[in-house]
Structures are given as structure tokens and as C-alpha cells.
Ligand binder design. Structure first.
Ligand code: PEP
Ligand code: MN
Length: 337
């Protein structure tokens, strides 16, 4: 249920209602807004009825939440939420660009790539240490050693770092070394992993599964939020269709749907979304134009020798050109780069 307080209701009145909700065994959510405070109550709605909040003097109205995904729905939280990733505020007016190699391969490779993307204007660094590869014979990532390299390069360049977590057992290690978790497409419905991340203290970038609907993604986000971590960024990275000219079909209409249905920030990954280097920049521009809050892009100091996803990774000069080309699109969308 959503409990909308009257304008001018004080924080202590809100706290009184929050503790009543908690006392009924329901999960309370406190969402102060610029005009009104909204309180959410998640759980068995019959128990809420016993509190008769409709007649409470500070309450304007009590509405049901219609969406199955509740905490992440826009019904529950009409204003856009902002997720802090290092010094970037994702979902704010500032369009976020996170770039880096598919995988952390060595200190030298990551450092050279990070310096290049930072100097071109990137706000964050990506790089996988645990790689969920389609083939067991492909490079699986450097594991903990990769996390250590990522942390070191992040500190040296001043860029916040994001890396993929593939299993519950690695959550603590990834949280120790990185500024944000990435949940990959192949793990979007690994519900135990999502629940563990809901109890973690760092933001989660949740990538859309290759056969997941927009509502499936929102239900997965709900798994994280319902455990207490609402710092979630949704990532559109393309879905499987009958098209074979691209690795996936980048579904930019999903950005509009996510924005309509949820308050969470949305980032687009044009690298996995196309799989083809020359399509990455135009799809990045389209992402900015359609209202995404940022992009997640693969770049490599020498893509020809990359151990994974070389064909979609940008050369440093291509990444610089992308940053220059992106600016007018970001500004046309009313944001800043
Ligand atoms: C990645 O970001 O390198 C990756 C494996 O992405 P996805 O889960 O979208 O395939
Ligand atoms: Mn990749």
C-alpha cells in the first residue's frame, strides 16, 4: 500500500506511522518528496487495514500498489531516484559514461585503458574479474587477482569501478574491492544472488537477461530492493531475436518502459547490445536521445588482442570520438556530460 501524507506532515508524524507499520510485521519504506511524503508498506495488506490509517490526521489517502514489483515501481516513488556510484550521481542531470574492457586481463592493460577513457571524459571504469563465458574453454577472468587490479587502477585514476559478481560466495570479495556490483544477463534471474545483493551495501547494476521482458527485469530488481538495497541501476543490453546481423537486438524502447514503470535510473550498454564496434557510437547517441541516464561501454587499449569481446570493444581514439559525438545528444536531452 502507498500512504500519502498531507502536505506539511512532519517527520515525527511520518516516523509514528512507520513504526506502526513495522509493528504489524510489514516492511515500511520512507520516501520524503519535495511536495509530499509518501510511505510504503510491503507485505500482507490485511494487516495494514487493522491500523485504519485512512482516518489518521496526517494521512491524505491510502492507495493500493497495483504493480507486482512494488518497491521499484513509480507508483510507490513518483520521483526519479538517484544512485551514487563513486562521485557520479546516476539518474541526475549528469549523463554517466562508464567504460573499460570486457575483462581485466593485466595491470598494464587495465591501467592503459583506464587512463585513456578517463582522459576522454569517462566517469567510471568497468572490467570483469569473474567472467561468465558461454564456453568453458574461453578466458574465465582473473578472479580475486582481477579485483585487486581493478581496485588499484580505480584508485590511481580516480575512477569508481564496477565489476560483475557471478555467485553468492563472491559477494563479499566484490564488495571489498569494487564500488558497484554488476549482475550479468545470464544471472538476472539468479534469485539467491539477487537477495544476497539486497543485503549488501553497494549499488547494483542489473543487466537485462537475454530472454527477459521488461517486467521480468523489474521483478528481479524487486528481489534486490525487497531485501533493503534500493541502489539499483537497470541496464538495457539487448535481447535475443531472430536477427543475426548483431549479437543482440538493443531494445531502446525498454528505456521508455523502465522510465514509465519505475523510478530507478536506466543505463544502456550498446556494446553487448550490438556486438559490433561500428554500431556502438550511434546506439550510444540514441540511448542519450531516448532518455537513458548513462551508458556502459566496452573499450580496450588494443581490442585486436582482447581476451574477450574484442570485436565490440572501442579503440581509445574511437572512445574519444564517441565522447565528442555524444555531447550534442546529451544536451538535446536536457542533460550535461
Ligand atoms: C559484460 O558486461 O562483459 C557481460 C558479460 O555482459 P552481459 O551480462 O550483458 O552479457
Ligand atoms: Mn563483455
Amino acid at each position: 500500500m502507498i500512504i500519502v501524507l498531507k502536505p506539511g506532515a512532519t517527520k515525527s508524524e511520518a516516523e509514528e506511522i512507520l513504526s506502526k507499520i513495522e509493528g504489524q510485521g510489514l516492511k515500511p519504506l520512507y520516501m520524503p518528496g519535495s511536495e509530499r511524503t509518501v510511505i510504503g508498506a510491503l507485505g500482507d495488506e490485511r494487516k495494514l487495514g487493522q491500523l485504519h490509517l485512512e482516518s489518521h490526521p496526517s494521512v491524505e489517502r491510502v492507495d493500493p500498489i497495483l504493480a507486482a514489483y512494488k518497491a521499484v515501481s513509480r507508483e510507490m516513488h513518483p520521483e526519479d531516484s538517484i544512485v551514487q556510484f563513486g562521485h557520479s550521481r546516476i539518474g541526475s542531470k549528469a549523463f554517466a559514461v562508464i567504460a573499460g574492457p570486457c575483462a581485466v586481463e593485466s595491470y598494464e592493460q587495465l591501467s592503459a585503458t583506464a587512463i585513456a577513457v578517463r582522459d576522454a571524459g569517462a566517469h567510471g571504469l568497468r572490467g570483469g574479474a569473474f567472467k561468465p563465458r558461454t564456453s568453458p574453454y574461453s578466458f574465465q577472468g582473473l578472479g580475486i587477482e582481477g579485483l585487486k587490479i581493478l581496485q588499484r587502477v580505480g584508485q590511481e585514476t580516480g575512477l569508481p569501478v564496477i565489476t560483475e559478481v557471478v555467485e553468492v560466495a563472491d559477494v563479499d570479495a566484490v564488495e571489498t574491492y569494487a564500488d558497484a556490483f554488476q549482475v550479468g544477463a545470464r544471472n538476472m534471474q539468479n534469485f539467491r544472488l539477487l537477495q544476497a545483493l539486497g543485503q549488501a551495501g553497494k549499488p547494483v547494476f542489473l543487466k537485462r537477461g537475454m530472454a527477459a521482458t521488461v517486467k521480468d527485469v523489474l521483478m528481479s530488481a524487486e528481489y534486490i530492493a525487497s531485501e533493503g538495497n534500493s541502489n539499483i541501476v537497470l541496464v538495457e543490453r539487448g535481447i535475443r531475436t531472430f536477427e543475426t546481423g548483431t549479437r543482440n537486438t538493443l531494445d531502446l524502447s525498454a528505456v521508455c518502459q523502465f522510465k514509465k514503470l519505475s523510478h530507478l535510473p536506466v543505463v544502456v550498454d550498446p556494446s553487448h547490445g550490438t556486438g559490433v564496434r561500428e554500431y556502438v557510437a550511434p546506439m550510444a547517441y540514441a540511448a542519450a536521445a531516448c532518455g537513458a541516464d548513462g551508458i556502459l561501454v566496452e573499450a580496450h587499449e588494443n581490442p585486436a588482442e582482447a581476451l574477450s569481446d574484442g570485436a565490440q570493444s572501442l579503440y581509445p581514439e574511437q572512445f574519444s570520438a564517441l565522447m565528442n559525438g555524444l555531447k550534442p545528444f546529451v544536451e538535446a536531452a536536457g542533460r550535461v556530460l
